[in-house]
Design a binder for this molecule. Structure first.
Ligand code: FES
Length: 565
């Protein structure tokens, strides 16, 4: 097995010449022969002017390089795609698999003995883990870290749970235009990822629990010196990984995914994370067991008191002891014998967790935020292949609810009619959004957080049961059933719902059902018409996406990226 500069030579039919040529070119960058003999550590550069969540990446790279060189390696930074939630049309999910392909192939194509994957904003670390799983070169993840909190008139604010809450207030007329403009400048006050337990934070915490990142790296604020020290340590760890691993497939085992899912429940984490980790596991030929995950949700309490399920923000979680302290609290539900990229077992990390007297962000098992876990897996005649609800961010009184369906046929239909005063809608109705799944929208937008119709919002209605084949932001809250599979656009039963039908949600029984007889449903199925594919899906990436994207319960990966048996 070749290492360093000798690895993965470009094919000219003469290996000696390929190496000669490679060294001749790289020497144009001023490298010495001594440097070129060292183990090579790749470092992904996901900096982009369009990605403020990655604004600290240049400094992180500098610190990783320092760590690599102090440990005797040669750091080689290389660019990949960078995806920010608000700068990705039609959705960031649409691009996740493109980043996974890009990262996988660059890891494979360029000579490196291990790789440091620096990511943060929601889709980046999942894509990088998918790439690492498929390339199976020793890898370590370095999250960019969460933003610090913002402040407005004595109130602590954070992106983007408070973005949604305050925007809802503006829609309802309780907040002025001037005030909402002022708040707009305060919600995201530093570089880094959203500082609530949204998707980015959830994925970072799960990555730590999975064993793919150093302890503490999920939670240290993006702008703190500790994060640069963690970057330096990640560089040094990558040099150790370069000589003998373990490889991602040896860290990301079925037991390690189980640990990550326990943490997902205990942090009241984002529903999106389940799609992402299903995709990462799928790259290794592993299927996450949804029934086991749901059963876990009945046993594992929500222990971390962060928005949107609780009150605090990521920097508070960090100073309360972060993921290691949480692992200690969950120790009887985890496999602590598993290895991590830093060299210690998960158990040793939990053992070394900082004990912070009086902290109330990481609760004890005796005083959880919620007794059941954050997420529940639903089935029923509306969701034969599962749907998901974030129980911890829902209204308790709506978890058992029956109501009349008010149906929107897609994003445009919803935008056109939702705020129309003539819309026939009442507070106890069930809002239904369809054709917003992986293929239907396309890209499964975070539109599942259907706004409360304006006329009801003005009456003070704060939550309603909302169901869709879309996703929602991990920072959102409400009684919202998501990821209904199969999606309406490929013939799922969500496409058969009509205005006025009765829908029953029973989270305790894990059911979401359309109360319409089988005969009537069969008659509706017989006349159902498939919505047209997006106009641009005749070529290029849009076509690839339409042809290859899998459903939410399969991780929304491209089918051709799954391992062949
Ligand atoms: Fe990047 Fe929230 S927008 S993490």
């Amino acid at each position: 097995m070749m290492h360093g500069m000798r690895k993965g030579l470009t094919n000219y039919g003469d290996a000696g010449f390929s190496l000669f040529l490679r060294k001749a070119f790289i020497k144009a960058m001023g490298f010495s022969d001594d440097a070129l003999e060292r183990p090579i550590i790749g470092i992904t550069n996901t900096f982009s002017d369009f990605n403020p969540c990655h604004g600290n990446v240049p400094k992180l790279i500098e610190a990783v390089k320092r760590g690599v060189m102090l440990a005797g390696g040669l750091p080689m930074e290389f660019p990949t795609i960078s995806i920010h939630e608000s700068f990705a049309h039609p959705t960031s999910m649409y691009l996740r698999n493109l980043l996974a392909l890009d990262t996988e192939e660059l890891i494979r194509a360029q000579p490196m003995d291990s790789v440091v994957l620096i990511g943060g904003c929601d889709k980046n670390i999942p894509a990088q883990l998918m790439a690492a799983a498929s390339a199976d070169l020793p890898a370590i993840v370095l999250p960019t870290g969460p933003m610090l909190v913002g402040h407005y008139k004595g109130e602590v604010l954070g992106a983007c749970t408070d973005c949604r809450r305050l925007w809802a207030g503006f829609r309802a007329g309780t907040m002025s235009e001037e005030a909402i403009e002022q708040v707009n400048s305060r919600l995201a006050p530093t570089n880094g990822t959203c500082m609530v337990m949204g998707t980015a934070s959830t994925v970072a915490c799960m990555t730590e629990a999975l064993g793919m990142a150093l302890p503490g790296t999920a939670t240290v604020p993006a702008t703190h010196a500790d994060r640069l020290r963690a970057a330096e340590a990640s560089g040094a760890a990558a040099v150790r990984l370069a000589s003998g691993g373990p490889k991602p497939s040896e860290i990301m085992t079925a037991a390690a995914f189980r640990n990550a899912l326990v943490v997902l429940q205990a942090i009241g984490g984002s529903t999106n994370a389940l799609i992402h980790f299903t995709a990462v596991a799928g790259r290794l030929g592993l299927a996450l067991d949804m029934d086991a995950f749901d059963a876990m949700g009945r046993d594992v309490p929500v222990l971390v008191d962060l928005k949107p399920s609780g009150d605090h923000y990521m920097e508070h979680f960090h100073w309360a002891g972060g993921v290691p302290r949480l692992l200690r609290e969950l120790s009887d539900q985890l496999d602590l014998s598993l290895p991590t990229v830093g060299g210690s077992t998960l158990g040793a990390i939990a053992e070394a967790a900082e004990e912070v007297p009086g902290q109330n962000v990481i609760r004890t098992r005796a005083q959880p935020i919620a007794t059941g876990g954050g997420l529940a897996v639903l089935r029923g005649n509306l969701a034969p292949n599962t749907a998901l609800i974030k129980r911890s961010a829902a209204t308790a009184a709506l978890l058992q609810h029956e109501g009349r369906a008010v149906v929107f046929d897609g994003l445009e239909d919803m935008a056109a009619r939702l705020d129309d005063d003539a819309l026939d809608v009442q507070a106890d109705d069930v809002l239904v959004l369809r054709n917003a799944g992986p293929k239907g929208a396309p890209g499964m937008p975070e539109a599942g957080y259907i706004p409360i119709p304006r006329k009801l919002a003005r009456q003070g209605v704060k939550d309603m049961v909302r169901i869709s084949d879309a996703r929602m932001s991990g920072t959102a809250f409400g009684t919202i059933v998501l990821h209904i599979a199969p999606e309406a656009a490929i013939g799922g039963p969500l496409g058969l719902v009509r205005n006025g039908d009765r829908i029953r949600l029973d989270v305790e029984a894990r059911r979401i059902d359309l109360l319409v007889g089988d005969e009537e449903l069969a008659a509706r199925q017989a006349v159902w018409q498939k919505p047209p594919a997006p106009a641009n899906a005749t070529r290029g990436y849009a076509r690839l996406f339409q042809e290859q994207i899998t459903q939410a319960d399969q991780g929304c990966d491209f089918a051709f990226c799954l391992p062949t048996s």
